[in-house]
Design a binder for this molecule. Structure first.
Ligand code: SF4
Length: 215
């Protein structure tokens, strides 16, 4: 979905199915969307998680800021952010009748409805996975070892060179993040395209998108 502040403020009063919002990226999920995952309409392989503390573009305030909680989103067709459910040939949505709340509320000519819910009742991984014994403990442990808040504190004074302490925090987190992904894949219980939902995108990727090219 297109950042709200970037949208043209024309006189359009209905959706003309231009597809611009879907081309700019998929929606974030709210509690009201949980049933779509639970009943299998939207498989978690099509989702990824922005973890708490991860820098994210706030579409309402139009600025980059750390996420307050998990933000679960529909993946883009990498390398573009175009929603994986967007069908370019006829500018349609392959899950239109079951599209998430934000897609149903978004009117690019009047953003009041979506602004009213945008930061409310965000769906989290815990809402979906807390009951899955073994998996949830793994995710909670990953969150503890690789917390974005701790990494943000470590790099807040980054000016090209990291202190030894900051380096240890970041290197430890990157190694743990990579090891846990490898572990679940080796055990064969998780498909490769589900790791971005379970553990968020790899730390090396999220740090790079936040402007820190740390190896
Ligand atoms: S789910 Fe459908 S309506 Fe929503 S952004 Fe994707 S293609 Fe567009």
């Amino acid at each position: 979905m297109q950042p709200i502040k970037d949208r043209p403020s024309g006189t359009k009063a209905q959706c003309i199915r231009c597809g611009t919002c879907c081309e700019k990226g998929g929606p974030s999920f709210h509690i009201q969307d949980r049933y779509l995952i639970e009943n299998g309409t939207i498989h978690t392989r099509y989702l990824y998680t922005i973890r708490k503390g991860e820098f994210v573009h706030d579409n309402v305030q139009g600025q980059l800021k750390p996420a307050d909680s998990d933000i679960i989103k529909i993946k883009g067709k990498s390398p573009s952010w175009e929603c994986v459910f967007f069908q370019k040939r006829d500018k349609s949505c392959s899950i239109y009748d079951h599209r998430p709340l934000e897609c149903r509320l978004l009117k690019c000519w009047d953003t009041r409805d979506i602004e009213a819910v945008y930061e409310k009742d965000r769906l989290t991984r815990q809402d979906i996975l807390a009951g899955i014994e073994g998996l949830w403990e793994l995710i909670a442990d990953h969150e503890k070892q690789c917390a974005h808040d701790a990494i943000n504190r470590a790099i807040q004074d980054f000016h090209g060179v990291l202190s030894k302490q900051a380096q240890d925090v970041i290197t430890g987190a990157i190694q743990y993040d990579s090891a846990i992904r490898q572990l679940v894949l080796e055990n064969g219980n998780v498909a490769p395209d589900m790791t971005d939902f379970l553990f968020g995108r790899p730390l090396t990727v999220t740090l790079k998108s936040a402007g820190y090219d740390i190896q």
